[in-house]
Write a protein that binds this ligand. Structure first.
Ligand code: NI
Length: 172
């Protein structure tokens, strides 16, 4: 497993539309292993493949609390089958927009269909943090970042903040 660099805004790759995975192979699983390790190292609770520069419909997530054992989740070709009409605000952050936290309104519950690490198709409802996180991550697959829901002023300010921090770290 390898920790891969996480792309940050305004890298244009983050705006790419990710492609479906046609076959779950050892290479897919190796990529998911890298994604999980990269996410844990960051640290974060969710990561889409495009954030490490691989525009494929793959997401990893771990919503376990600190005192709980790790609970890695893998989503290949996730789809939202149904969305609760009720929405709820949540203060979101993103590994591609570090140190920026803003409230976003999303569906309270969503019904998901995806393929897991073992290539099995799963259908289930997600609610709470799970619902927030999967909707945030699935936006990445469409080239959408949570800051795209903010006002232009807030978005510009967020991108500038990230660029400045990256410059200081010598990443730009
Ligand atoms: Ni994100």
């Amino acid at each position: 497993m390898t920790i891969r660099p996480i792309l940050t805004v305004p890298n244009p790759i983050l705006k790419q539309i990710s492609k479906p995975v046609t076959d779950v192979t050892d290479a897919t699983r190796a990529l998911m292993d890298d994604m999980l390790e990269t996410m844990y190292a960051a640290p974060g609770i969710g990561l889409a493949a495009v954030q490490i520069g691989v525009p494929l419909n793959i997401i990893v997530m771990d919503l376990a609390r600190e005192e709980e054992p790790p609970n890695p989740q893998y989503f290949i070709n996730p789809e939202i089958l149904r969305s609760d009409e009720e929405t709820t605000p949540y203060e979101e952050g993103c590994l591609s927009v570090p140190e920026v936290f803003e409230e976003v309104e999303r569906a309270k519950e969503v019904k998901l269909r995806y393929i897991n690490y073992h290539g099995e198709q799963i259908e289930e409802w997600a609610e709470g943090l799970y619902a927030v996180c999967i909707q945030h991550e699935m936006d990445h697959l469409k080239g959408i970042l949570f800051i795209d829901y903010l006002s232009r002023l807030k978005r510009t300010r967020a991108v500038k903040k990230v660029q400045k921090a990256e410059k200081l770290k010598g990443n730009l």
